[in-house]
Design a protein around this ligand. Structure first.
Ligand code: HSE
Length: 413
């Protein structure tokens, strides 16, 4: 039976979770992939602090030992910070390895570069574990919502903050006691400022923005506020009125671009986020066809994060086995379908299959749905047409024709 050879960067909470999960789920890997999965080496900062349970696995503090392993298929990144993670993963890609990362700060900064480098070298990048722990939100958005147009996303993206707010409200814990408990449980970052001041949720929101809208908002314009200024007194007061503090990241495409904020809000019991407690995360997606989808699950901790990583491993292996169906290596997102108004001589206009006609606003204006690239191709080819993107909904009042019949050529008056 063939083997997938893995190197693991980092042996903290997440690294240990991945190591144990791979070790204890060999039967499942064999059943799904028909292959064994073997961790060949683990990279740590301090050799003295760690001991691996298996003597045949190399423990090293030198990345050179990792990148020069004779057999290496996948590098799993469970370290924190922009560097050296970015540099290690770039080298792994150049060597022809697939990469899987849980490092949100690094991926919010360098995700695009890693994805295009991976495309160049024909390898895959898994980053499910960067956002919302064990919740499969990235796969859901990238693979399962390609046709839907996503209007808004909001969610609780930091498990530590949600845990602290819950403990303070339910048990009257002080902020610092609740934070210590979150650290003990392995939820908090090495530097918990990232959790409680909103940076961690911000990086996750930036990754989601890339996945949903293909770009990030200007970082300087995003309001980022953590939970450290919320007092026990405030929590108790609002609790009496049936309101709970939740730390919420919101993303929305507006006429002025992508609007994002990361801040504490008060939530009443009628809202789905009200019931998201402890270390749970939730992501609520508003899309045009399906309506609202909410995903909820464990947002931090050893095994939820390991779960996201091993699911990525299966995903990239199965995609590799089905090359015709192709992994979407190059980009975070499918290019979105946008709504456009074609204005001008639209009578007798030949509309290609890549552009879907929604309806006729009047004799000179058509409403269509298409990718930006298709619209650019059309307007380069055809003179006498001006194209405007439409933001927001357009309601046909009755005099216009909506939902054109099957013909893709407009011949009506
Ligand atoms: N510190 C992070 C959290 C870990 O609490 O959500 C998971 O990304």
């Amino acid at each position: 039976m063939s083997t997938i050879h893995i190197a693991l960067l980092g042996y903290g909470t997440v690294g240990k979770g991945v190591y144990q999960t791979i070790k204890t789920h060999q039967k499942r890997f064999k059943a799904i992939l028909g292959k064994e999965v073997k961790i060949e080496a683990v990279l740590v900062k301090n050799l003295e602090k760690h001991q691996l349970p298996d003597p045949d696995v190399i423990l090293t503090n030198k990345f050179e030992d990792i990148i020069s392993l004779p057999k290496l298929d996948v590098v799993i990144d469970a370290i924190v910070g922009k560097q050296p993670g970015f540099s290690y993963l770039s080298q792994a890609i150049k060597r022809g390895c697939h990469i899987i990362t849980a490092n949100k700060q690094m991926f919010a900064h360098y995700g695009r570069e890693l994805l295009s480098l991976a495309e160049k070298h024909g390898v895959s990048v898994g980053f499910e574990a960067t956002v919302a722990g064990g919740i499969p939100v990235i796969q859901t958005l990238r693979k399962l919502l390609s046709v839907n147009h996503i209007k808004k996303v909001h969610g609780i993206l930091n498990g530590t903050s949600n845990f602290i707010l819950t403990k303070m409200r339910e048990e009257g814990c002080s902020f610092s006691d609740a934070l210590s408990l979150a650290q003990e449980k392995g939820y908090a970052e090495a530097d918990p400022t990232n959790d409680v001041e909103g940076f961690d949720a911000f990086y996750k929101a930036m990754i989601l923005s890339e996945v949903v809208y293909g770009k990030q908002p200007d970082w300087e314009k995003v309001r980022k506020q953590g939970i450290s200024s919320i007092t026990l007194e405030q929590i108790e007061l609002f609790s009496k009125f049936g309101l709970r503090f939740k730390h919420v990241a919101s993303l929305e495409k507006t006429t002025k671009g992508i609007h994002c904020s990361v801040k504490p809000v008060l939530v009443s019991s009628s809202h789905p986020l009200f019931h998201v407690e402890d270390v749970q995360n939730a992501v609520s997606i508003d899309a045009d066809i399906v309506g609202n989808i909410s995903l909820q699950g464990p947002g931090a901790g050893m095994f939820p994060t390991a779960s996201a990583i091993v699911e990525d491993l299966i995903q990239l292996e199965t995609e590799r086995a089905r090359p015709d169906e192709g992994a979407d290596h190059a980009s975070f997102a499918h290019e979105p379908l946008l709504t456009w108004v074609l204005y001008g001589e639209v009578k007798n206009l030949e509309i290609p299959e890549s552009i879907e006609i929604i309806g006729k606003i009047n004799a000179k204006a058509l409403l269509v749905l298409a990718k930006e690239e298709s619209i650019e191709n059309l307007s380069n080819k055809i003179k006498g047409i001006t194209v405007y993107q439409l933001l927001g909904d357009f309601t046909f009042s009755g005099t216009e024709e909506s939902r054109f019949p099957s013909a893709h050529s407009i011949t009506g008056s």
